[in-house]
Write a protein that binds this ligand. Structure first.
Ligand code: G6Q
Length: 546
């Protein structure tokens, strides 16, 4: 692909001059000028209703953004991804998370081989295993059924499973305990296992590479914990450990029989893997039928992304709006605000998906990017966030575009209380858009000196996503929506959204320092003076405790 400078393209320049012309235009004016705006700037796909009318855009903005996407080859690249081309160029890999949720009768060919039958073979094995565990047929070493599942993994092998378990708790087996261990801090493992009986506990060791320091350390700790409690018989490992990985050799070395391994493929990126075997804990919690329902939701959004016209395409629109604020308004962050307690880990999950994917400083061709990439994603469920950081969104000096996510139907009784929740969502987006002008503050009898403090300027852009109900299917559609929105942004910037060399660096760095902390004799340190001093101080402090 030939890569031209983004900023010097005529499509970019047209948008830049349009942005200048639009400065000062308020959402209030845009709504006043078009009474149908709130029903016109909406789009529905795969069960997600997106109202993007409260964005600082006109018909021209949208047309120019679409023109930029076209000129940058976004749609061709979308086809290349779906076709199985090696769009992850720096790792020379296809990017086919869409194959993980393809129906059985679809064909997706990688290196001359249709991968869909393999995907379904793994899903079928996962389903058979899950049924055995859930029914009590699968017994631990001492003959007890499994009541506790601990998934060990980190990053892409953890954040998805944790998020999905929390999001779908309503559908999960309440007589089973699900926990997740990721941090190499021993506290994580100790607290997760403190009150559990090893005889009833199954560990799922999730690691694409099966070489990740944190996961292997925790997996070894789990093995020791288990064997110690079960009398030291190595045969117990087969009953209490399964692995999810692409690396059969390392799994075998660890001592897990490959019969108890669920595989996936190098064309699934870690942060795009929650719907692969990495989601085994999700399937154990909600059952195979629920898991397949979630996959159907992912697939519905894939079809929408691939086939809906660009101007009615949710991921295309969300991706372009994100570019609009990030690159033209200079907004550095996006807040994701789900009005659903079950989605409490959704912003954390999206942080990895968005920031690891699009936190890149060079183009596919290796040239420095000439505009800001990857905005910072963050957020908390509403209404809690309203009582803390929303203040800055309403009255601070930074522009923070927000994604609000709400559901029409509650999952738990107390429907009246769900109305309170949703009333807050609607009120927040209205207040962010239209604010509270000085005249209104004065009319309320506020003394003049206090008026400026109470004024809310408004003009803060928001997307609102409304979904019928938080089901496994709905979760799949929402995750796929963000996956593809990330894709659109990365494709437009001409960056590789599927590598993570910064994370790889982190994986190597500590390896050098570990022996320097653990050697009994004083090591000769060759770092900078700060790092050398910190290591020496740590060694001395630790010795005092010994
Ligand atoms: C995800 C990243 C990273 C990865 C973890 C765990 O896209 O590559 O978060 O998932 O480092 O890697 P393993 O699954 O290989 O243990």
């Amino acid at each position: 692909m030939t890569v031209s400078s983004l900023r010097s393209s005529p499509e970019w320049k047209a948008l830049a001059s349009h942005w200048h012309g639009l400065r000062g235009t308020t959402l209030k004016e845009l709504f006043a000028g078009d009474p149908a705006r709130g029903t016109r700037l909406v789009v529905e796909g795969a069960g997600v209703y997106l109202d993007y009318s409260k964005n600082l855009v006109t018909a021209d903005t949208l047309r120019l953004l679409q023109r930029l996407a076209k000129a940058r080859g976004v749609f061709g690249r979308r086809e290349a991804m779906f076709r199985g081309d090696r769009v992850n160029e720096t790792e020379h890999r296809a990017v086919l998370h869409i194959a993980l949720r393809a129906p059985r009768d679809e064909r997706i060919v990688v290196d001359g081989k249709d991968v869909v039958p393999e995907v379904h073979a793994v899903l079928d094995r996962m389903a058979a295993f899950s049924e055995k565990v859930r029914s009590g047929e699968w017994r631990g070493h001492s003959g007890k059924p499994i009541r506790n599942v601990i998934s060990i993994g980190i990053g892409g092998s953890d954040l998805g499973p944790v998020m999905a378990y929390e999001a779908l708790k309503h559908y999960s087996r309440r007589d089973m305990t699900f926990r997740f261990v990721s941090n190499v801090d021993p506290t994580d493992f100790v607290e997760a296992t403190a009150d559990l009986d090893a005889a009833e506990t199954l560990f799922i060791v999730c690691s694409k590479t099966f070489t990740t320091l944190e996961t292997l350390a925790n997996a070894h700790a789990a093995r020791d914990w288990c064997l110690q409690a079960l009398g030291g018989d190595e045969a117990a490992v087969a009953k209490h450990f399964v692995a999810v990985s692409t690396n059969a050799d390392e799994v075998t070395k660890f001592g897990i029989d490959t019969d108890n391994m669920f595989g996936f493929w190098d064309w699934v990126g870690g942060r795009y893997s929650m719907d692969s075997a990495i989601g085994l804990s999700t399937m154990l919690a909600i059952g195979p039928a629920g898991f397949r329902e979630m996959l159907a939701g992912f697939h519905a959004m894939d079809v929408h992304f691939r086939t809906a016209p660009p101007e009615k395409n949710l991921p295309v629109l969300m991706g372009l709006l994100s570019i609009w604020y990030n690159d033209f308004f200079g907004a550095q962050t996006v807040a994701v605000l789900p009005y659903a307690q079950y989605l409490k880990r959704f912003p954390a999950y999206l942080q990895q998906l968005t920031m690891e994917s699009n936190g890149k400083h060079v183009t596919l061709g290796g040239a420095p990017v000439d505009c800001p990439t990857g905005p910072i994603y963050w957020g908390e469920p509403g209404t809690n966030g309203q009582h803390s950081f929303y203040q800055l969104i309403h009255q601070g000096t930074r522009l923070i575009p927000c994604d609000f996510i709400g559901f029409n139907q509650p999952l738990n009784a107390m429907a009246g209380q769900h109305d309170l929740l949703m009333a807050n969502l609607f009120a927040q987006t209205e207040a962010l858009a239209f604010g509270k002008p000085a005249e209104q503050v004065r009319r309320e009898g506020t003394p003049q000196w206090l008026v400026p403090h109470r004024v809310c300027e408004g003009n803060r852009p928001t997307n609102t996503m409304l979904v019928e109900r938080l089901t496994p299917r709905a979760l799949g559609t929402l995750v796929a929506l963000y996956e593809h929105s990330v894709f659109v942004q990365g494709a437009l910037w001409h960056i590789d959204s599927f590598d993570q060399w910064g994370v790889e660096l982190g994986k190597q760095l500590a390896k050098k320092v570990i022996p320097e902390l653990q050697d009994r004799s004083e090591p000769s340190l060759q770092h900078d003076s700060s790092t050398n001093a910190l290591i020496r101080r740590y060694r001395r402090g630790r010795e005092r405790a010994e």
